[in-house]
Ligand binder design. Structure first.
Ligand code: NFS
Ligand code: SF4
Length: 649
């Protein structure tokens, strides 16, 4: 068995892993180890259960079967499986976007809806972009029309999803030439399911192009709708200070953890937790107050907009319960371990599911309805408060929680750099052109117990910073960095090269910019598009000295993100390989040939420092192609000559 130190790089997690072991609790790491050796066919992507002539599997050593019963090769099988992962991931993000569109429509249609339009400026900007007439209309009428257009994107059957128009012309030209501009969000997902049905699309590249199309429908469709409309409803994030890690739990207060993804729920829990009557009730039970913390992306949503502290990332969900002080673990959809059910049975913690789409063993189901949102949120908070006197078993709250600054968006990055009266990306472009900034990297995605928890995110971010590559983060990667103190402005002094230090000192920002949840990766797409539009760094996202990574990914959602990111022109390194290594033609395409079509491609590298250097090589090659000089200041990972940099990627 691995020691806690071999399992995680996060001290709070290490402390709780020891505690959990002493209590005889099973957590994800234990179940992962018990699963070893994990199935080799599955790892390589060469088993197929698509029809009942199977299951079929291909012998990777060339001794047994080389084709399924239908004749499908390893490449066909792996491509179909991977496309289905994209379909599932894109569905999750997009269904989230659809729920937000539904909520906006409700807010527009009913005066006494619990949801309000909190960001009229953003609504008006969106209306203008979507050519919604606003003259003489009330805010709610405008919201109605914007919501209907957003809704329409899901069922649209032809044309192009509307936000694709935000991408640089050159990138869109590439999509059109490859025939992958998404028509409608749902349509592209359905088409993957059709094409991967037994005996339909049997050309691995053609299957992957439809995968790209559905992924683009996620990034420039469903996810972007989720982000934009959340901003309208709950307001666009602004810079905010808070704390991160399980040390934010308060032994004297009622602790409520919200875990999952959709801000429709978590926003209302935030409101209910401030209700004076409920606060009184909490005090009457002997608690000092109500303490909220988030896990996974819903945490990022309420951090960005309200400064609610981050309790932890994906792999800390069970450990939060093991602290013994969580009165309620409130969940909606995505990334929620079914294991929480049995675990909460051992504690007083109420495990409360809220979505009709996601029920769990041993959970108490309090169904959330947007039409009665605040009343239900109050009922959930009351349930937690009433559970406060029931604490039992040992309490173990780790001491760690780190201060952080979060709340960056495509809008406020321009304000931050250009000033309130002249918001502009010019200073960012100039910093890149001069070499003060060598480039920008997006580090995103999950945790995975197959790898050391948080280590990949942290080691990669530090290596990039030291080499004057600015880091933008979302999702569980952002939470990892937050816990380790990388989201403090002082982190620039501790970890960054001289170029980034200069910028952070001048502007007062951390060297790692937290842009939100995983659907907010759409914010990164907008930032990149605006950098291209600002000028001086080429014609498309593919020309920019930028790179992406998901060092600890596990979710199908990460696969969808990876695909829309590479199809948007960004070289992307994954810590775990995609499950395609048993399919040589497919691997060559996704890690090679696809770059000619879209400008981006995948690479796989489990060592985060090596992966960071691959990203830096790529950034240097892009700089060389733009005839930019190397970094302005000396950096530890010395730039290669232009020719070497080009040859390296
Ligand atoms: Ni993203 Fe966010 Fe975390 Fe991975 Fe899950 S919470 S939507 S999928 S595990 S980063
Ligand atoms: Fe086997 Fe082909 Fe059926 Fe897959 S689709 S299970 S490879 S026969």
């Amino acid at each position: 068995m691995k020691t806690p130190q071999q399992r995680s790089a996060d001290p709070a997690t290490i402390a709780l892993l020891s505690h959990a072991a002493s209590q005889g609790l099973q957590v994800a790491w234990d179940r992962q180890e018990a699963m070893e050796p994990q199935c080799g066919f599955g790892q390589l992507g060469i088993c197929c259960r698509i029809c009942r002539m199977g299951p079929c599997r291909i012998d990777p050593f060339g001794e047994g079967a080389s084709e399924g019963v239908c004749g499908a090769t390893a490449d066909i099988i792996a491509a179909r499986n991977l496309a289905r992962m994209i379909a599932s991931g894109a569905s999750a993000h997009s269904d989230h976007g659809r729920d937000i569109a539904h909520t906006l429509l409700m807010a527009a249609e009913s005066q006494d809806c619990d949801y309000q339009i909190k960001d009229p400026l953003k609504l008006r900007a969106l209306a203008q972009e979507l050519a919604v007439p606003t003259e003489g209309k009330t805010l709610r009428q405008i919201a109605h029309d914007v919501a209907e257009i957003a809704f329409g994107q899901f069922g649209q059957q032809h044309g192009e999803v509307v936000f694709a128009a935000r991408a640089p012309q050159d990138q869109r030209k590439r999509w059109r030439e490859a025939g992958v501009v998404p028509r409608g969000v749902d349509r592209e997902v359905v088409e993957i399911m059709h094409r991967t049905n037994m005996g339909v699309d049997n050309d691995p590249v053609n299957i992957m192009l439809q995968g790209v199309r559905a992924a683009l429908a996620d990034g420039w469709g469903g996810s972007m709708i989720a982000t934009e409309l959340s901003d309208v409803l709950f307001r666009t994030p602004a810079w905010v200070r808070s704390r991160a890690n399980l040390g934010i739990l308060d032994p004297k207060a009622v602790n409520i953890i919200v875990h999952g993804h959709e801000p429709t729920l978590s926003e209302m829990i935030v409101a209910a937790a401030q209700d004076p009557q409920l606060l009184d009730l909490a005090k009457s039970k002997g608690a000092t107050g109500i303490n909220l913390g988030g896990i996974c992306c819903t945490a990022n949503e309420i951090l960005m907009r309200h400064g609610i502290p981050l309790a932890g990332n994906f792999l800390q969900q069970e450990l939060a319960v093991a602290t013994g002080v969580v009165e309620a673990m409130v969940v909606d959809v995505q990334c929620v371990f079914p294991a929480l059910g049995k675990l909460t049975q051992k504690y007083h913690t109420k495990f409360i599911s809220t979505s009709p789409k996601a029920k769990f063993p041993y959970a108490q189901h309090i169904e959330f309805q947007e039409s009665k949102a605040l009343a239900i949120a109050k009922e959930i908070v009351r349930t937690a408060i009433e559970n406060f006197p029931n604490r039992k078993g040992p309490i173990c709250i780790p001491e760690q929680s780190s201060p952080l600054v979060a709340g960056f968006t495509a809008e406020n990055i321009a304000t931050m750099l250009g000033g309130r009266y002249r918001p502009s990306y010019r200073p960012l472009n100039d910093a890149i052109i001069s070499g003060r900034l060598r480039g920008v990297a997006g580090v995103v995605g999950c945790n995975n117990p197959r790898l050391v928890h948080d280590y990949g995110h942290l080691a990669m971010a530090k290596e990039l910073l030291a080499n004057d590559v600015l880091v933008a983060v979302t999702g569980c990667s952002a939470i990892a960095d937050a816990k380790a103190g990388l989201l403090r402005p002082e982190a620039a002094e501790e970890y960054a090269g001289a170029g980034i230090r200069e910028i952070c000192r001048a502007v007062g920002i951390p060297p790692v910019l937290h842009l939100g949840s995983c659907v907010d990766n759409s914010r990164i797409l907008v930032v990149l598009s605006r950098v291209v539009a600002e000028g001086g760094l080429g014609q498309s996202i593919a020309d920019l000295p930028v790179a992406g990574a998901a060092p600890e990914w596990m979710s199908e959602k990460a696969v969808a993100i990876g695909f829309y990111v590479i199809a948007s022109g960004v070289y992307t390194v994954l810590g775990e390989s995609l499950p395609i290594l048993g399919a040589p033609e497919l691997t060559n395409f996704l890690c090679g040939g696809i770059e000619k079509l879209f400008g981006g491609k995948f690479a796989f590298e489990p060592d985060p420092v090596k992966a960071a250097r691959m990203m830096i090589d790529h950034i240097d090659a892009k700089r060389a192609a733009l005839h930019l000089s190397g970094p302005m200041y000396p950096v530890p990972y010395a730039p290669r000559t232009a020719a070497e940099a080009k040859a390296a990627v």
